[in-house]
Design a protein around this ligand. Structure first.
Ligand code: 2M8
Length: 445
């Protein structure tokens, strides 16, 4: 059984949870951004900052804008928003792989600060819009004015450089870009990346010094992660030569975020006196491409497409549910995803007896302890809940909300949670868990 929602019944409990979440965000604040975790991830991460800004808007709105502004100061000349912005004050070895492996300074158009050369799901326009809605006013409007061109450039980078297959969808060039690093979704394309676990003897992994190795990606995963980074880096992180790149996948979550960003930009444009229409047109095209290219009518869910192999990937992970965040997803796909969400694979219900897992819990490769291969994560649940609300399923959305609040009530602001028992896993005091909890607590039902 999971941490029972009954533990969050009283207003005193909820106030305590709010205080815990706010204190976690305060403790992770680092001069102009929030670290996901003081131990495991001590730098700034791209999509973490977006989720964190949504939570900060509830307690310290000025920091929500600082969070996004500091991330976008590291935007590259081509518009890419790097997935890690390194804090120069930290010692070498504070995180692996650190700036010495990425060598961003050698690449054309990189910013003054050291960063990675990869991106993450573009949830930032949505975050900016939600932060503004939570804390409207002159300061927020001014921040939207400043962010808008950078958010547009972020989308343009993806559209102009990452539509490798020419089908209107964005390719991720590394599992780290999906945000769901070792998801079973990537097992097939990862198996085709030549690498040997033994290469990791030359490096010191930072994550396994702070978390149980059995809960993390394997050494062979890491050897492949490094091989893919090296392939991209050695081309100066240029996207021209991607046809030969070892990992090219169209991810349903990344592309749903890409489409949701255009919807959010249309609303931001309207707020600041820019033209929303081009964003609406692009949003419609992205949803259409997602349905055409990634929807699998046999399974009734969305699957990633392996662009190198030219086929949909078979693993049925929680990624498949995330296109629900698109307000213009056609009813046929919405209905199919609701069936998938309610199935024994994911167990979404008005009264959930276990948390939403990151992978099909009936699959033989479901691993309840290992990172993105089974455990429950608040950012994914938060996205799926938004989608259920947007498409008229308030009872399911409410069940998911109670389940997520129950997880934190039972275990604290952990990075992820055991998908059967609700036990806290990974890093304690994790940024987006705290931030999204604040958002869920404020958003009845
Ligand atoms: C995890 O990814 C990093 C690499 O980017 C890692 O494993 O070291 C993922 O959970 C990712 O989604 C997240 O943004 C990052 C920081 O929380 O950690």
């Amino acid at each position: 059984m999971t941490a029972a929602p009954a533990r969050t019944g009283g207003p005193a409990d909820l106030a305590g949870l709010r205080r815990l979440a706010a204190a976690t965000l305060d403790a992770n604040w680092e001069h102009d951004h929030t670290v996901p975790s003081r131990t495991l991830y001590p730098h700034q991460w791209s999509w973490d900052s977006a989720f964190i800004a949504i939570g900060l808007a509830h307690v310290r709105p000025e920091r929500a804008w600082q969070e996004l502004a500091s991330l976008f100061r590291a935007q590259w000349a081509d518009g890419r928003v790097p997935h890690i912005v390194f804090n120069p004050a930290l010692r070498v070895g504070a995180y692996f792989p650190g700036p010495e492996l990425w060598r961003s300074a050698d690449a054309q158009g990189s910013p003054a600060v050291h960063t990675s050369g990869l991106v993450q799901p573009p949830v930032h326009a949505l975050a900016a819009l939600l932060a503004y809605r939570r804390a409207p006013g002159q300061a927020g409007l001014a921040a939207l004015h400043r962010l808008y061109p950078a958010l547009v450039a972020q989308q343009r980078y993806l559209a102009d450089h990452r539509d490798v297959a020419g089908d209107g969808l964005i390719c991720v060039v590394h599992p780290w870009e999906s945000g769901l690093d070792n998801s079973p979704a990537w097992d097939e394309p990862m198996a085709a990346v030549p690498a040997e676990a033994a290469v990791m003897r030359a490096y010191r992994r930072h994550d396994t010094a702070h978390a149980d190795a059995a809960h993390r990606p394997t050494d062979l995963d890491y050897a492949r992660y490094l091989a893919i980074v090296a392939a991209y880096r050695d081309h100066g992180y240029a996207d021209r030569a991607l046809a030969d790149h070892p990992f090219l996948v169209e991810c349903p979550l990344f592309n749903a975020a890409f489409g949701a960003a255009e919807h959010a930009l249309a609303e931001i444009a309207a707020l600041i006196g820019a033209d929303p229409e081009p964003h609406r047109v692009r949003a419609g095209r992205i949803t259409e491409a997602l349905v055409r290219r990634l929807y699998d009518p046999v399974n009734g869910t969305f699957q990633p497409r392996d662009v190198r192999a030219g086929r949909l990937l078979g693993a049925r992970t929680v990624l498949g549910l995330t296109p629900l965040i698109l307000p213009d997803l056609p009813a046929r796909q919405v209905d199919a995803l609701v069936v998938e969400a309610r199935s024994a694979r994911f167990g979404v219900a008005a009264r959930m007896d276990r948390p939403l897992p990151s992978h099909d819990r009936t699959a033989p490769d479901f691993e309840p302890l290992r990172y993105w291969r089974g455990p429950s994560w608040l950012n994914i649940g938060w996205l799926v809940r938004r989608g259920l609300l947007a498409h008229g399923h308030p009872a399911l959305a409410s069940g998911l909300r109670r389940s997520m609040i129950g997880l934190v009530a039972g275990a604290g602001c952990h990075e992820y949670f055991h998908p059967d028992t609700g036990a806290g896993l990974g890093s304690p005091a994790f940024g987006w868990t705290a931030a999204l909890l604040l958002d869920l607590l404020a958003d009845e039902p």
